[in-house]
Design a binder for this molecule. Structure first.
Ligand code: UGA
Length: 436
């Protein structure tokens, strides 16, 4: 199959590289000439484990290429995927679809004959219909069909998620277009039993938002249970284990923490709420989730202050982990930002270490001293705070840390350290939802 991928952001680049690895012939198109130039040199615009290797091997095999020329890129394509950004529109939280519509218009003008335009970007319900209207205006006679194929990959585990998905969702109103998608995903159904679910286009669009909102609710639920655990003397990790063993609930996404962040949950929950409002069908549970999660991030800063005795003026706090989650350099809506600002507002001095996030973090945070490693961050600090659970924080030399810190206090906002290990190393430990 011949595929064009418009947009080389997270979703576009990972999907393009993985499709080419399936054996398809893929051209990735982006307007950003600098990005394309870097990709020609095998420099990835994002940090994602395994991506550079995957791109380079498929480029070498002649199945993957990059261009800024959309007309050239879509030539002869069986399917053209739109994977451009859908950021929150300033002011009202609606998804900004201007990039999607502009891409649709350009593609419709450029393709020469029948093709399938597939929206992979996260787009609100009804966007496929709007894309169809654009095509009817620009190229009514080319036989272009519009399909929705939302993406469920996670940053940091993107390749694995793409190649071994729980499911693939395709929303299509046309049998011939469905067949094209069947062909594209055939390698998945051949190698394993990843179900490809065919449904209506609007339903597929909603599945994407409903999935992200449900996961955001699940995380927020366990975060509030964690607070209750602290109040009543229970242990949230045990509660998660106890409820997660019920298959109807499931074990995943029950890790209590400082609140969810990233480029998806915050943006998609807002966009879903807007859609719900527009249709006078409010989603109160999602509204509550968004509010609870927003206030939680600063509350985590206050939790650190409380653990340090209530007054942090002139005290130093060492933050380990800045990105919204491990294995990414993404700082969007990262809880670390609110935690650090709350500490700074209260007069604390902040030192921080992150394996990949410092470049982005330094653009978003001021007056933070970025350290070269966890030990340099801890030197002279009055508390060590784990905000993001990078693997390299799981095996810190606690004896060495103790010698470097002013006060051996560990605030573990991800519960990665067992309390007996930390306490026997001579630390005071404050975790999340650890009422006992
Ligand atoms: C999320 C979804 O998991 C993907 O399925 C989806 O494709 C993607 O959004 C998207 O819409 O593009 P992502 O934002 O990369 O993926 O990251 P997640 O692993 O879902 O984590 C999101 C946030 O939830 C992080 O801040 C993480 O720390 C937090 N989280 C996650 C918890 O606090 N506890 C958990 O148990 C799990």
């Amino acid at each position: 199959m011949r595929i064009a991928m418009i947009g080389t952001g997270y979703v576009g680049l990972v999907s393009g590289a993985c499709f080419s690895d399936f054996g398809h012939d893929v051209v990735c198109v982006d307007k950003d000439a600098r990005k394309i130039e870097l990709l020609h040199q095998n420099v990835m615009p994002i940090y994602e484990p395994g991506l550079a290797e995957l791109v380079s091997s498929n480029v070498k095999a002649g199945r993957l290429s990059f261009t800024t020329d959309l007309v050239e890129g879509v030539k002869g394509a069986d399917a053209v995927f739109i994977a451009v950004g859908t950021p929150s529109r300033r002011g009202d939280g609606h998804a900004d679809l201007s990039y999607v519509f502009a891409a649709a218009e350009e593609i419709a003008g450029a393709v020469e004959g029948p093709t399938v335009i597939v929206t992979k970007s996260t787009v609100p319900v009804g966007t496929g219909d709007e894309v169809e209207r654009i095509i009817a205006r620009v190229a009514p006679d080319k036989g272009i069909k519009v399909v929705s194929n939302p993406e469920f990959l996670r940053e940091g585990a993107a390749i694995e998620d793409f190649k071994r998905p729980d499911r693939v969702v395709v929303g299509s109103e046309d049998e011939a277009a469905s067949d094209v998608l069947r062909g594209i995903y055939r390698p998945l159904s051949l190698n394993q039993s990843a179900p490809v679910m065919f449904t209506g286009r609007r339903t597929a669009e909603l599945i994407k938002y409903a999935a992200n909102a449900f996961l955001a609710v699940k995380i927020t639920f366990i975060n509030e249970i964690a607070d209750l655990c602290e109040a009543v003397g229970a242990d949230v990790q045990e509660v998660s284990r106890g409820i997660g063993m019920d298959n109807r609930i499931g074990r995943k996404f029950l890790n209590a923490g400082p609140g969810y962040g990233g480029s998806c949950f915050p943006k998609d929950t807002l966009a879903l709420m807007k859609t719900a409002d527009d249709h006078e069908s409010p989603l109160r549970i999602v509204e509550a989730t968004v509010q609870v999660n927003d206030s939680r991030k600063r509350a985590m800063g206050r939790k650190v202050i409380k653990a340090m005795g209530g007054d942090v003026r002139g005290k130093t706090v060492a933050i380990l982990g800045l990105t919204f989650k491990p294995n990414t350099d993404d700082m969007r809506d990262a809880p670390s930002i609110a935690v650090i600002q709350t500490l700074q507002d209260a007069g604390a001095v902040v030192k921080a270490y992150d394996p990949e996030g410092v470049e982005q973090a330094s653009k978003m945070l001021s007056d933070v001293e970025f350290s070269k490693n966890p030990y340099a961050a801890a030197e002279g600090a009055d508390a060590l705070v784990i905000v993001t659970e990078w693997d390299e924080f799981r095996a810190l030399d606690l004896g060495r840390m103790k010698g470097l810190l002013n006060r051996p206090l560990l605030v573990d906002l991800r519960n990665i350290y067992p309390s007996d290990e930390v306490r026997s190393a001579g630390f005071e430990l404050v975790g999340i939802g650890k009422g006992r």
